[in-house]
Each structure stands twice: as structure tokens, then as C-alpha cells.
Design a protein around this ligand. Structure first.
Ligand code: HEC
Length: 223
């Protein structure tokens, strides 16, 4: 074994060991394998077993002491009465109408429904709002032009303060009309989608805006 055949650990290269030496050292190695840990392995196993039993016993105790504990308790189904369903439907319709009003009407008539004096008429307490539901429906569908009296005040005195048609669906008109007829102390009955559909069909040929006089003669019984 010459000096320069040693590897970088200072040990001789394995090719310079004889087969006999290699076999011998492997036998030595396999004999000593787990020797140092032999007596220590039992202890952790005992701990694991004891703690396992403890957790088991504790969970049984716990299950007993929490009476009727259920991981997935059955859901309680509450059936609504027809009256409750109806009031829920009306609430939803009203709050949908409130949102449509905020987006499509409040810029002129104001969120409080009081309008702006001399410019945009009030909807709170208005005789046009509490009249036949055909009036408000037609106003939204086609718009309104010319002079009108609302709560004794003149509006629509110039073309600049006419109201244009508001292009929204039958359902939206029903919801927003219902809201306007029931908000701010107004107390007229709701407007249905079918009713709006019918009004839209009845006056589908009308091109321009309504005038107050036209609506008054059309719905004369409700003013
Ligand atoms: C761009 C402004 C504007 C918008 C937006 C508008 N209006 Fe009007 N509205 C007017 C004006 C102006 C008049 C009065 C027109 C006239 O006298 O000729 C009027 C009149 C009315 C009237 C009859 C008069 C009264 O005070 O009761 C009703 C009802 C009405 N609007 C409801 C609505 C509803 C509901 C919406 C939303 C879907 C709406 N308006 C959106 C400007 C507007």
C-alpha cells in the first residue's frame, strides 16, 4: 500500500483492501448495528402506550359528560306561515323598489321624496302617486310634460323640467312604484308586475310623453 494511493480521507482506497478484509469489516459493522440504543427503545413505547390509554379514557369520560352532544345536529326546519311568506315577499319588493328609486329617481325627486321646489315635484303626499296605479306606471313608461299641480304647487312650467321616460323592466316599475306608493308616509296599495305589463301593452302605440291633463281624463275617477 503506497502513500499516494490514499483517498482524500487519508484512508487507503478500497481497491487496495483484500476481499477478506472487506467481508470482515462488514461482519463487524452488522454485529454492532443497534447496540447503543437497545435498552432505550422500550421507554418511549411505554410512554406512548400510557398516554394513548389516558386519551382514550378521557375521551370516553368527555363523551359521557357532554350529555347529548352531536357532531352534526339535525337542522331544525321552520315552516313559514302563508302570512309570514307574504310579508317577506312585500318586504323584499319594497327594498328592491328602494334601490331602484335611489338609482333612477332620487337624482330629481330626492331620496326623501320631497323633490326640489319649483323644479322637481314631491312624491311624498302627491295626489299623482296615490291616484290609480296606472298614473305612476304610465309616467315611468312614457314620461310627463307640461304644467301640473302637485300639492297646490306648479311644476313642469318649462320644457327644461319635463320628465323623460325611465327605461326599466315591468318588474322594476312594479317594485319602484310600490315603494313610492308606500314610502314617506304614503299608503297606497302595491303595484303588480302583471298590471305594469298590461299598461305597457295598452299604450304601446303612444310615442310622446303624457301630459297631466291626458292622465287626469284617463283616470278621472281617482283624482
Ligand atoms: C331627470 C329628473 C327626473 C327623474 C330621474 C325622474 N323624474 Fe319624475 N318627474 C320629474 C319632473 C320634472 C316631473 C314633473 C313633470 C311635469 O310636470 O311635466 C316629474 C313628475 C313625476 C310624477 C308626477 C308628479 C308627482 O310629483 O307626483 C311622478 C309620480 C314621478 N315623476 C315619478 C318618478 C319616478 C317613480 C321616477 C323613477 C323611476 C322618476 N319620477 C324619475 C323629473 C324626474
Amino acid at each position: 500500500m503506497s502513500e499516494d494511493s490514499k483517498n482524500m480521507n487519508g484512508l487507503p482506497d478500497s481497491e487496495h483492501f483484500s476481499d477478506e478484509e472487506i467481508v470482515k469489516s462488514h461482519v463487524e459493522l452488522s454485529k454492532n448495528k443497534h447496540e447503543p440504543t437497545k435498552n432505550f427503545l422500550i421507554a418511549p413505547l411505554v410512554f406512548v402506550f400510557v398516554f394513548g390509554c389516558l386519551i382514550f379514557v378521557c375521551s370516553i369520560q368527555l363523551a359521557h359528560s357532554t350529555n347529548s352532544f352531536q357532531l352534526h345536529p339535525p337542522v331544525e326546519v321552520v315552516e313559514l306561515t302563508p302570512e309570514e311568506k307574504e310579508s317577506q315577499r312585500l318586504e323584499r319588493k319594497f327594498s328592491s323598489g328602494e334601490k331602484i328609486f335611489a338609482a333612477r329617481c332620487a337624482s330629481c325627486h330626492q331620496a326623501n321624496g320631497l323633490g326640489i321646489a319649483g323644479q322637481f315635484p314631491p312624491l311624498a303626499g302627491s295626489e299623482w302617486v296615490s291616484a290609480d296605479p296606472g298614473v305612476i306606471t304610465n309616467i315611468i313608461l312614457k314620461g310627463l310634460k307640461g304644467e301640473i299641480l302637485v300639492k297646490g304647487e306648479k311644476y313642469g312650467t318649462s320644457a327644461a323640467v319635463n320628465m323623460a321616460a325611465v327605461p326599466i323592466s315591468d318588474r322594476e316599475i312594479a317594485n319602484v312604484s310600490t315603494y313610492v306608493r308606500q314610502a314617506w308616509g304614503n299608503s297606497s296599495d302595491e303595484v303588480s308586475e302583471d298590471f305594469v305589463k298590461q299598461v305597457r301593452a295598452d299604450y304601446s302605440n303612444k310615442q310622446d310623453q303624457w301630459t297631466g291633463d291626458e292622465l287626469k281624463s284617463l283616470y278621472s275617477t281617482s283624482f
